[in-house]
Design a protein around this ligand. Structure first.
Ligand code: AQP
Length: 336
């Protein structure tokens, strides 16, 4: 592996099928980073169990997310790719960060509120301290850059706060400042059923998302059924204000075709949604089809996927262990 100055860490939860949101908001953007940064990509299974996961489904989903990442272009020869639970230092550092982070900080996290819903008393404690584990994931490798979807920006700010408080409390200059890498259009892909909710793996409605494993017919059906309104498409993006679902489809079209939403808007100005949706379905199939095929092929080779994750974990551990040892010394843990 070439050695780069800047180290990138990012992760995906194996909490269901990878979605178009994961692809456009995250994984697609990670591919290019492999040639300019040292890249560590993690299937974050410790995060996934903050909500209930059936053990067999979790194992399958862990392999599937790894297969998805590889199919999207994450190259295990260029990047470290592993699943989080294989490197126990993540959980160890997360505990320390539970003691650094303040309740008030976590109380402000909007993702907890969204995911816990009205019944926060019944949410797991793990879901509440999820951002502390995320901070541990990143800082365990002293990563300098974290590519995240816009939805994760708040958690990254918390990571910076934790790093700073740790440095201040222990009077050290140990953790670097972590910068977000947020990419262009389509970074926040919304549900196909509700333009104000994020497209999510764990949304109970299958029709709310496009999975990377969906075949051509399913993709076309989901797009055809995607919620829109009865107005024609406007000439400019201003005409999409207050039309969250239409705007979302426009953003998806733009991201998949590597054009701006304004250009697509002009192209379909004055038309209804029928032709737009049909073209969007074709485009989605064209972009996602090869990924789906490769994912399926990889999913048939569990031994290969397991070996990638095992070797990745061993490389990750080799970076993380010495850093954790230094942290233990700073904190004052006696290890006679
Ligand atoms: N809809 C989205 N738009 C843009 N980016 C997204 N990401 C996820 N959904 C969207 C980005 O994908 C990366 C991995 O996300 P994750 O799996 O770790 O967790 P998540 O953000 O909680 O994703 P989901 O699909 O919503 O999972 P569940 O349903 O289990 O909570 C992150 O960089 C994220 O920003």
């Amino acid at each position: 592996m070439t050695s780069f100055k800047q180290r990138v860490f990012s992760g995906v939860q194996p909490s269901g099928n990878l979605t178009l949101g994961n692809y456009l908001g995250a994984i697609r953007n990670w591919v290019g980073l492999q040639d300019t940064h040292e890249t560590i990509f993690c299937v974050v299974d410790l995060h996934a169990i903050t909500t209930w996961q059936d053990p067999n489904t979790l194992r399958d989903a862990t392999r599937e997310v790894a297969a998805g990442m590889i199919a999207c272009g994450i190259d295990p020869k260029k990047s470290i790719l592993f699943n989080q639970s294989q490197v126990s230092a993540h959980a160890e550092l997360a505990w320390i960060f539970n003691c650094v982070a303040r309740m008030g900080w976590l109380n402000r996290m909007t993702q907890f509120k969204e995911k816990a819903g009205k019944n926060s008393e019944r949410a797991s404690v793990g879901l509440y301290v999820y951002p502390d584990l995320m901070a541990a994931d990143i800082l365990l490798y002293k990563a300098t850059h974290v590519p995240v979807g816009a939805d994760q920006k708040q958690h990254l700010e918390l990571t910076r706060d934790i790093a700073q408080k740790f440095n201040n409390d222990y009077k050290v200059d140990f953790f670097p400042s972590v910068e977000p890498l947020i990419f262009g259009e389509g970074t926040r892909v919304m549900s196909l059923r509700d333009g104000n909710a994020k497209m999510s793996k764990s949304d109970p409605s299958e029709n709310s998302r496009i999975n990377l494993t969906d075949d051509r017919d399913v993709i076309a059906k989901k797009i055809r059924k995607a919620r829109t309104d009865s107005e024609p498409l406007p000439e400019t993006l201003e005409g999409l204000e207050g039309r969250a679902e239409a705007r979302n489809l426009m953003n998806i079209f733009a991201a998949l075709s590597d054009q701006t939403a304004a250009t697509i808007c002009q192209q379909y100005a004055g038309q209804g949604f029928a032709e737009f949706k049909s073209d969007l379905a074709d485009l989605s199939v064209e972009v996602l089809g090869p990924i789906t095929d490769e994912m399926r092929r990889l999913m048939g080779d569990k031994a290969y996927l397991d070996s990638v994750l095992r070797e990745g974990a061993s490389k990750a551990d080799a970076i993380a262990r010495p850093i954790l040892k230094e942290i233990y010394d700073i904190v004052g843990f006696l290890r006679p």
